[in-house]
Design a protein around this ligand. Structure first.
Ligand code: FAD
Ligand code: NAD
Length: 462
């Protein structure tokens, strides 16, 4: 038995995997009257990822950037089944999804398999480690809410351990050296937020430790933020320099040990640098369930970076699967903006698909009744005409710009205005960054919580 409530055999079954940007944007707009809708995700909430680094340093509290998936589905006209479980395999031929309840309350991890007519595959990606030794064991990631909480615990532990009476100078210097790996937007934002915490809060709470604090950002490429304009890169580098964040470009992290990080600068020998905390923000890779699904369609799915889709977001080789967001490999960057536009597009398409399916069913019942005559012919032609009118337009992405927080109450922005790219950086851009994200938050509840947290941090510190 599957979680098929409320199952209506006259409607198609739509299974949605994931509760992130792509899936949530779809669920918000989907007309659930048209389908038996089942959502499967190991997290029963949506995470507003752009503000995750702020959670890591305590500017925001975790609940402010989370929204329960049932908060959206409970307002739907027809009941949606939400299952907290991890999809472990998808069979694109028999159209089934197998999923497992990974809760520690269920040591046997019960498994279930359900059939789908349409599958929205929006499981995102996981953090890329390149198999570099010690990354999984010794670094903190910045992808899930648990990662931000882990990072916060770790660096507060570093600070309190450094403050312990009798800690040597050398040990204080090590514990208070924080290293961020990856000069993409995630790494830059984490470094900026960490800097704010160290300067605005720790400086006054632990003045004796301030001289020992050091922040390093390591990037393998010759520069940071490769997708931003040259001016904004230069502005970020200048701001980091003023903030005493050391940027080491053209330097590859080769390994991470419990108390140090192995760096290999392009033209120099490998060096071991002591540190108390390493945050790993080195990009994305496909999840195992995605790799397994792609392996079932070797001819069509030959790209290692992710699922290949057509311009209607259908998985090549499996037209009943719609893949969106970070699990796909497209010409777009793996961003929330792309995933949410794809989710919104699919909601519109599923309305048309439901209409087309209903007409197809009418046509089929006419055929089955096998009545012949002028009336039947006219009915059949009328249905076919209606079906012809249903046109599924291809997905078109509309870029709304890029924003990133770089610390010290400064942000950078690249916005397309009247067909031209407009760049800006500074405190005014930071205020714009805040208002843009506040308005993008999915619910009024989250907006109030985030605004409240900002006020709290401003007046009382983190
Ligand atoms: P996700 O949002 O990651 O959602 C994936 C969902 O699938 C999750 O709910 C997960 O629990 C679920 N899932 C995982 N495994 C399974 C499974 N086996 N079965 C079922 N469900 C599963 N983008 C921007 O455009 N602007 C930004 O400012 C920005 N800031 C970011 C900051 C950070 C720190 C990070 C990490 C990313 C940021 N991004 C930003 C990128 C953005 O978050 C991603 O591109 C976006 O989350 C992709 O959406 P998605 O739906 O594909 O995946
Ligand atoms: P990314 O892929 O953009 O950057 C990762 C960086 O890590 C790369 O520059 C890579 O060269 C570097 N790296 C990899 N291995 C390394 C190693 N061993 N040593 C040193 N450096 C190494 O990843 P991201 O920053 O997590 O971003 C992922 C996606 O999410 C991107 O599409 C990004 O645009 C989006 N995002 C956007 C925002 C924003 O718009 N504010 C914020 C965060 C993420």
């Amino acid at each position: 038995p599957g979680p098929q409530l409320p199952f209506d055999p006259s409607k198609k079954t739509l299974v949605v995997l994931g509760s992130g940007w792509g899936a949530t944007s779809l669920l918000k707009r989907l007309d659930t009257d048209d389908y038996n809708t089942i959502v499967i995700s190991p997290k029963n909430f949506f995470l507003f990822t752009p503000l995750l680094p702020s959670v890591a340093v305590g500017t925001l509290s975790p609940r402010s950037v989370l929204q329960p998936t049932r908060y959206i589905t409970r307002h739907k006209t027809r009941q949606v089944s939400v299952v907290e479980a991890e999809a472990t395999s998808v069979d694109p031929v028999n159209k089934t999804v197998t999923f497992t309840d990974t809760s520690p309350l269920r040591p046997l991890e019960p498994t279930n398999t359900i059939h789908y007519d349409y599958l929205v595959y929006a499981v995102g990606a996981e953090t890329q480690t390149f198999g570099i030794p010690g990354v999984k064991e010794n670094a903190c990631f910045m992808k899930e809410i648990g990662d931000a909480e882990k990072m916060q615990r770790r660096f507060l532990d570093c600070v309190e351990t450094a403050a312990f009476p009798g800690t040597s100078e050398e040990e204080k210097r090590r514990l208070l050296h924080m290293v961020v790996v990856g000069g993409g937007p995630t790494g830059i934002e984490v470094a900026g937020e960490l800097h704010d915490f160290l300067e605005e809060d720790l400086k006054s709470w632990y003045p004796e430790l301030h001289p020992y604090m050091r922040l390093t950002l390591v990037e393998a490429l010759p520069g940071v933020l490769p997708t931003f304009s040259k001016e904004l890169i230069a502005y970020t580098e200048r701001t980091f320099k003023e903030s005493r964040i050391d940027i080491q470009t053209a330097t590859m992290v080769k390994g991470i040990k419990p108390t140090s990080v192995l760096l290999k600068p392009k033209d120099a020998a490998e060096q071991e640098v002591d540190c108390g905390l390493v945050v790993w923000a080195a990009g994305n890779t496909s999840r195992q369930v995605t790799k397994d699904l792609m392996a079932k369609l070797p001819e069509e799915q030959s790209n290692k970076r992710g699922i290949l889709i057509d311009n209607h977001l259908r998985m090549l080789g499996a037209p009943s699967i719609f893949a969106i967001g970070d699990c796909t490999s497209t010409s777009y960057a793996p961003t929330a903006q792309v995933a949410s536009q794809q989710g919104a597009y699919l909601a519109r398409m599923f309305k048309l698909i439901a209409r087309r399916d209903a007409l197809e069913a009418q046509l089929e019942s006419l055929m089955v009744s096998k009545k012949e005559g002028e009336d039947e012919f006219v009915k059949e032609e009328a249905i076919k005409k209606k079906m012809d009118k249903i046109k599924l337009k291809p997905f078109e992405y509309s870029h709304q710009g890029s924003l990133a927080y770089i610390g010290s109450d400064k942000a950078i922005a690249e916005l397309p205005i009247f067909g031209r790219e407009w760049s800006s950086g500074g405190v005014a851009t930071f205020l714009f960054w805040r208002s843009a994200y506040l308005s993008t938050l999915f619910s009024f509840r989250n907006r109030m919580l985030v605004a409240g947290d900002w006020m709290r941090a401003k007046f009382f510190g983190r």
